[in-house]
Design a protein around this ligand. Sequence first.
Ligand code: HEM
Length: 103
Amino acid sequence: MATDGPNDRLVVGDTTKGKRIKAIGNYWPYATTIFDYVRRAMPFNQPGSLTNEEVYSLTAYLLNANGLIGEKTVVNAASLPKVKMPAQQRFVPDDRKGGLEIR
Ligand code: HEM
């Protein structure tokens, strides 16, 4: 799951060799999105089958695998929003005005 297959990687690999591969650790701006995505859509063949506890554990596993939290860090509703994602400052608010807008 973490390294192979046709879809986006889940774990940041070696980015020193030029190509930046988008993964959770270098592209996702909010840690809470991991919980939300996994809770709604994963496992792909059986979404909705995991308990919230299990989804928090998987979120912790993925954050740890991406080097963003320690092995012993407890991830729950209180701690997850506090995890700072490196990609957060790479996004800017879209405040364009005057064109076609969907609100
Ligand atoms: C509970 C275990 C799983 C977790 C925690 C998990 C987690 C994730 C995450 C975080 C993504 C988003 C990746 C990204 O866009 O950067 C993802 C995408 C995806 N996963 Fe899983 N996954 C799990 C199980 C599975 C299984 C069992 C399958 C296949 C049978 C699967 C198939 C996919 C596919 C096809 C995508 C891409 C979906 C899309 O781009 O629309 N996943 N998964």
